[in-house]
Write a protein that binds this ligand. Structure first.
Ligand SMILES: Cc1ncc(COP(=O)(O)O)c(C=O)c1O
Length: 368
């Protein structure tokens, strides 16, 4: 069986983990946290980053940082993971579902424009499969209508915005990355908050440290720390940071290898324009086909299975989920439903050989 996914194992993980076993500090903010921060700064040049235990953590932190109050409206694509909604719902926001574009699951700007009201507090573009959402338009709307933009960049580590040298995650007021083991690089469970709006920087550390000013204490700025704000426990342990450091060190190679395999799929399947695929690999987080109906997709899954290939569909649009249905603003989101019914992801990870990818692509052709 060719599995749909295999998490990446990097060279130095065991070595770094045994160093954590030896070092006195196992809890967060130790030497491996520092090393990850320094490396990420070199790799991405983000203004300010905070590591967390997940992208879900980072999204929750973002929701507190922008002071979501009951009744504030937050616009998210319906075609996304539940955390994009939960983080804001937990703070009392009204979630407003936006449709996907016709040719890609990312937010449709026209749909977004029709949903903005004076109560819109934030818009959460999701960069599906590593492909950036239309950020220039979204940031332009944010200036006109004065809402925050929180990028859900869970799948995007290593992607760049089109026609710029800028890394995805550097445009929104805040961005949230995932290092869950389904992502290009990982530390089992992990995440990162990127703060591009400087007034949020100091408070973000307080929220992360259970609502205390512990970071200021550790920096020698105050002589004891105390409870000053809301907060939770979002700080990852040194064990997670040890694995993440090793994975970050190999990010470039991992991305390159994924892009090579992505290109094999695309050379064989990209011409099938009825089955939409993105035209660029971005960070090659996934490769997918879009079948014209749920039935066609089910038939394709069976064909792959008969050839020992495991595939995976993705999100059920949230406006149709049992929980989302209760408060959905809109049951007419045709593009989100098209991707919900038709999108199927093929195996894509560095451990696959070119022969295996060629084989999967040949079988894929027979399903189209
Ligand atoms: C778009 C999106 N947002 C958020 C998350 C949550 O990430 P995590 O598992 O790190 O909390 C995921 C998980 O896959 C995701 O796909």
């Amino acid at each position: 069986m060719i599995n749909f996914h295999q998490s990446y194992l990097s060279k130095n993980e065991v070595k770094y983990l045994s160093q954590v076993v030896e070092q006195p500090q196992k809890s967060g903010n130790g030497p491996f946290y520092e090393k990850c921060s320094t490396l990420v700064k070199q790799q991405f040049n983000f203004e300010s980053t905070i590591f967390t235990n997940s992208a879900t953590d980072a999204l929750e932190l973002a929701a507190i940082l922008i002071n979501i109050q009951p009744g504030d409206e937050v616009i998210i694509p319906s075609y996304t993971f539940v955390s994009t909604a939960n983080a804001f719902l937990l703070r009392g926001a009204k979630i407003v579902f936006c449709d996907s574009g016709a040719t890609h699951p990312n937010m449709c700007v026209q749909s977004l424009k029709s949903l903005i009201t004076p109560k819109t507090k934030a818009v959460i573009p999701v960069h599906y499969g590593g492909k950036p959402a239309p950020m220039t338009e979204i940031m332009g709307l944010s200036e006109i209508h004065q809402f925050y933009v929180i990028e859900d960049a869970a799948q995007c580590i290593g992607s760049q915005y089109p026609n710029t040298q800028k890394m995805v995650g550097s445009q929104g007021h805040i961005s949230c990355f995932s290092f869950h083991d389904t992502k290009n690089i990982h530390c089992g469970e992990g995440g990162m908050l990127v703060i591009n709006h400087s007034p949020f920087k100091e408070r973000a550390l307080i929220l992360r440290d259970k609502g205390t000013n512990r970071a200021q204490f550790l920096a020698g700025q105050i002589d004891k720390y105390t409870w000053v704000d809301l907060g939770s426990s979002y700080l990852p342990s040194e064990y997670q940071m040890a694995v993440l450091l090793s994975q970050l060190e190999e990010l470039e190679n991992v991305t390159e290898k994924r892009k090579q395999l992505w290109s094999i799929y695309h050379a064989k399947l990209g011409e099938k324009t009825a089955f939409l695929t993105p035209q660029e690999p971005w960070n090659a987080h996934n490769y997918y086909l879009v079948y014209p109906s749920l039935q066609k997709r089910n038939e394709a899954i069976d064909i792959f299975k008969d050839h020992n290939i495991q595939t995976a569909f993705h999100y059920q649009p949230l406006h149709l989920s049992p929980f989302g249905k209760q408060f959905s603003n809109n049951f007419n989101l045709p593009n989100a439903e098209k991707f919900g019914n038709g999108l199927l992801r093929l195996p894509l990870y560095p451990q696959l050989s070119e022969e295996q990818v060629n084989y999967i692509a040949e079988i894929a052709k027979t399903t189209l």
